[in-house]
Design a protein around this ligand. Structure first.
Ligand code: PEP
Ligand code: MG
Length: 579
């Protein structure tokens, strides 16, 4: 048995046999052809291009229908490259001038491009090499026929293990029986991660050498929630995960029952459950999971769909789609949280030494006012269509909040001048996710309509632990007594100021903390849609009186371990199946 830790990029547990995707190489039977065969080779090349373009077109259509236009746009680059005459002509000239076969000429030209991309300084451009490789394989498949493992033909569920996957490879997985994805490379914001997550397939990336440690048909456990894979698990481990898998399935059945039931405690306190989304197409599914709106829309993901900045119209269309999908429910649109681990093209060109402490989020927006105003105008335009709220991320001082509001005022003026309607009284809030904001909460509360506690960052900045660094993962915990105190104080201040507050960090979706959060007064939780059933279940089994006692006791401990053990025990008391 071997356990490998990576980055969990898509939650869930799966146990299945592995299918290892070797670097897919197409056998090119003929390097050169006779002069007489040149016209036929050119004909073959044309057909190869046409078939590839047609395939991309239908793939884009299917993707747009299943996952939304943002995801489908990932193939724009492939389509653009293949539809240019230049590439075709370059390949064709190798056929006519050097008598190369169509397949060999394709490989020569596209490998040349791949080498050039690999030598580029810009990391994002270097990553384009995968797309070029993908284009090469698509063309060669049409010229040489299928090769490698035909995944769609596999009748049994499988975990796909690969060094790397291109966006189109991941997208094609929706037509297979894949139940999990494990990759050597990749991280949370890679295109492949985004697509796989939106498809709801558990996945672990950044596993370094998993593709060389697994053999075809090895049994594997993949835990996308914890970010680990177990290769050839022993009987105990297998048993443990079978139980976990069953637990998840049982919960899924409960979900059907729970979906239409309100999130109320046993002493009749109504709790609002909202969801976090990254793409507009997710909005509809949120309501289906039993949420009552969108508590956090991470709009920076709009930037991942192409190399070019989204236009005001594209921003607007995304917001319009979300608002339509949730039909009157609240939608909290967070302004761009670019930087740190989510780069724009221009940021990627100037790497920072400490990106999480660098030009990130609201700081980036305040230094790129055109980009910021473009987004704000789009949000304002959409504000008349539903219950829209604006939320500024990573606020660390009053001045920053005031500056952001001034820019919002400018965007309002722009629209006014153009005679475009918008909601002047649109609620404006902030994420409380820096220790500075937490410590200056009283002053900040005087100038906002609502706050949302972003524990993901609040924990990382308060405890000085990088949230994405697996080497310090054990130090990153919401159970640290200081975190409990900070949360209690933020909530107390918001209650006193009578300003609406919620929590949208991952902690809000972790069952172990639900009692504590209810006990310190949290009544609005925003989380990944898949977390809703468990949290609703706990809420419906808990009483506020009990939660208050639990919170009081939890706050009396000195160490995170005591806090965690205690919260787990208390959660088990009201919900014995809780692991
Ligand atoms: C957070 O920091 O808690 C949060 C919700 O924002 P993000 O995870 O997008 O940084
Ligand atoms: Mg954050």
């Amino acid at each position: 048995m071997e356990i490998k830790k990576g980055i969990g990029v898509s939650p869930g547990v799966t146990i299945a046999k592995a299918v290892v995707l070797d670097a897919e190489e197409y056998r090119i039977a003929q390097k050169t052809v006779s002069v007489d065969d040149i016209p036929a080779e050119l004909e073959r090349l044309r057909s190869g291009f046409d078939a590839s373009l047609a395939e991309l077109h239908s793939l884009q259509e299917v993707m747009a229908r299943q996952l939304g236009p943002d995801i489908a746009a990932i193939f724009d680059f492939h389509y653009g490259v293949l539809s240019q005459d230049r590439l075709f002509e370059q390949i064709a000239s190798l056929i006519t001038q050097k008598n190369y076969s169509a397949a060999y000429a394709v490989r020569e030209v596209l490998r040349g491009y791949q080498r050039r991309f690999l030598n580029m300084k810009d990391q994002l451009l270097r990553e384009r090499v995968r797309d070029v490789h993908d284009i090469e394989r698509r063309l060669l498949r049409h010229l040489c026929g299928q090769s490698g493992e035909e995944l769609t033909l596999l009748a049994e569920p499988f975990i796909l293990v690969a060094h790397d996957l291109t966006p189109s490879q991941v997208a094609n997985l929706s037509q297979t029986k894949v139940t999990g994805v494990a990759m050597d490379v990749g991280g949370l914001t890679s295109h492949a991660a985004i697509v796989v997550r939106s498809m709801g397939i558990p996945a672990v990336m950044g596993l370094k050498d998993v593709s060389t440690r697994v053999s075809k048909s090895d049994t594997m456990v993949l835990d996308g929630t914890k970010g680990l894979v177990v290769i050839r698990p022993d009987t105990d481990m297998l048993q443990e995960y079978r139980v976990e898998e069953e637990r998840i399935h049982a919960l899924a059945s409960d979900l059907i029952e729970l979906r239409d039931k309100p999130a109320v405690t046993t002493d009749n306190i109504k709790i609002t459950l909202l969801t976090n989304i990254e793409f507009p197409y997710e909005a509809k599914a949120c309501l289906e999971k039993g949420a009552e709106g969108i508590g956090l829309y991470r709009t920076e993901f709009l930037y991942l769909r192409s190399e070019v900045e989204p236009t005001e119209e594209e921003h607007y269309e995304a917001y319009h789609a979300v608002i339509q999908a949730v039909g009157g429910c609240p939608v909290t649109i967070r302004t761009l949280d670019l930087g740190a681990d989510k780069y724009t093209q221009s940021q990627a060109r100037e790497p920072e030494r400490n990106p999480f402490l660098g030009l990130r989020s609201i700081r980036y927006c305040l230094q790129n006012l055109d980009l910021f105003k473009t987004q704000l105008r789009a949000i304002l335009r959409a504000s008349v269509e539903g219950d829209v709220r604006i939320m500024f991320p990573l606020i660390s001082s009053l001045m920053e909040l005031r500056q952001a509001k001034i820019v919002l005022g400018d965007a309002m003026e722009d629209l006014e001048e153009m005679g475009i309607p918008f909601r002047r009284d649109i609620p404006v809030g902030i994420m409380v996710e820096t220790p500075a904001a937490a410590l200056q909460i009283k002053e900040l509360l005087r100038e906002v309509d609502f706050i949302s506690i972003g524990t993901n960052d609040l924990i990382q900045y308060t405890l000085a632990v990088d949230r994405s660094n697996e080497r310090v993962a054990s130090l990153y915990t919401a159970s640290h007594p200081v975190i409990l105190r900070v949360l209690r104080d933020i909530i107390r201040a918001a209650e006193r100021a009578q300003i609406a507050f919620s929590m949208c960090g991952e902690m809000a979706g972790e069952p172990m903390y639900t009692l504590l959060l209810l006990g310190i007064g949290l009544r609005q939780f925003s989380m990944a849609p898949s977390d809703i059933p468990e949290i609703k279940k706990i809420i419906r089994s808990a009483s506020i009186a009990h939660a208050v006692r639990v919170a009081k006791r939890a706050l009396s401990f000195d160490t995170d371990r005591q806090v965690s053990n205690y919260l787990r025990d208390e959660t088990r008391k009201i919900w014995p199946e809780f692991m």
